[in-house]
Design a protein around this ligand. Structure first.
Ligand code: PMP
Length: 280
């Protein structure tokens, strides 16, 4: 197993960064996670486009498309990962002295690693979620390594036995702490629009694409908390969990509490696309 750090390939325990790295001091950096199936990165161009957008939002210079492509190729070759998650993190870099305002342009710190991911071909068992107030900042569209809000919310969800918190702001559902959501009502999908309040999930985008191919109407319109009890189905999406049905939010049973028909259709479509794209 070897990880990449600033031009070097190292054993994970040998990879070290300065305590003056702005990632360590200020969480001044961004990250990206790319799923890999049968050795092939899935929806890679979309993940790299989001990486570029996150870097641009923080005015951190990108190493460039070609660099990222070669980095991922090298990572997969060195780690022989069939089904995996590639992790890439870029911080603004290290400087001599702690100062909120970056002192001039720095050399970004680039770290990348791979971890094995079990690949699923079945319909996941419905999970339980809990409704929590979205306490995060107003630039959730940036895939920032500053994840304190997300972590606190995850811990709170875990304490009440839920897999994931479902977050609400001003009466509307935004997303999960590390996932997007889709609500199903009368055979149609509802998901929050990609504004500054959510991370534009690549899995979310792909599920919208699959739904359109299946002729399922999709509304990029946030679902109201007050309508939760009337939902037919609910599922979460993320690169690591793909399509995850939710059977219950706190005391509210969603539909029959199992995996609904529309969700099941999309789980199968997702598996099929995974098989297809990675066979190319
Ligand atoms: N929202 C948040 C807050 C996330 O952290 C993630 C990913 N971990 C997602 C949504 C899902 O994004 P993706 O489908 O690109 O993994």
């Amino acid at each position: 197993e070897s990880v990449y750090l600033n031009g070097e390939w190292l054993a994970p325990e040998a990879a070290k960064v300065s305590v003056f790295d702005r990632g360590f001091l200020f969480a001044d950096g961004i990250y990206e996670v790319v799923p890999v199936y049968q050795g092939q990165p899935f929806l890679l161009e979309h993940h790299l486009a989001r990486l570029e957008r996150s870097l641009a939002a923080l005015a951190i210079e990108s190493a460039g498309q070609q660099f990222w492509l070669e980095l991922i190729d090298d990572l997969l070759a060195r780690n022989q990962s069939d089904n995996a998650l590639v992790y890439i993190q870029v911080t603004r870099g290290a400087e001599a002295k702690r100062s909120h305002l970056p002192q001039g342009p720095l050399a970004p710190t680039i770290f990348a690693s791979v971890s094995a991911m079990p690949v699923h071909w079945d319909v996941p068992a419905p999970a339980q979620a809990t409704l929590l107030e979205d306490i995060r900042w107003l630039r959730c569209d940036i895939k920032s390594i500053s994840l304190l809000g997300n972590i606190m919310l995850k811990q709170q969800a875990q304490a009440c036995g839920a897999l994931e918190p479902i977050l609400h702001r001003d009466g509307l559902i935004t997303e999960g702490a590390s996932s997007n959501y889709f609500a199903v009502k009368n055979g149609e999908l509802y998901t929050a629009p990609t504004d500054h309040l959510i991370l534009p999930g690549i899995t979310r985008m792909w599920v919208i694409e699959l739904a359109r191919e299946l002729g399922i109407p999709v509304h990029e319109q946030a679902f109201a908390v007050t309508d939760l009890a009337q939902l037919d189905e609910l599922f979460l999406t993320s690169s690591s969990r793909e399509v995850q049905p939710i059977g219950q939010i706190d005391d509210i049973i969603i539909g029959q509490g199992g995996c609904g028909k529309v969700t099941e259709q999309l789980v199968h479509a997702f598996h099929a696309s995974k098989r297809q794209l990675s066979a190319q």
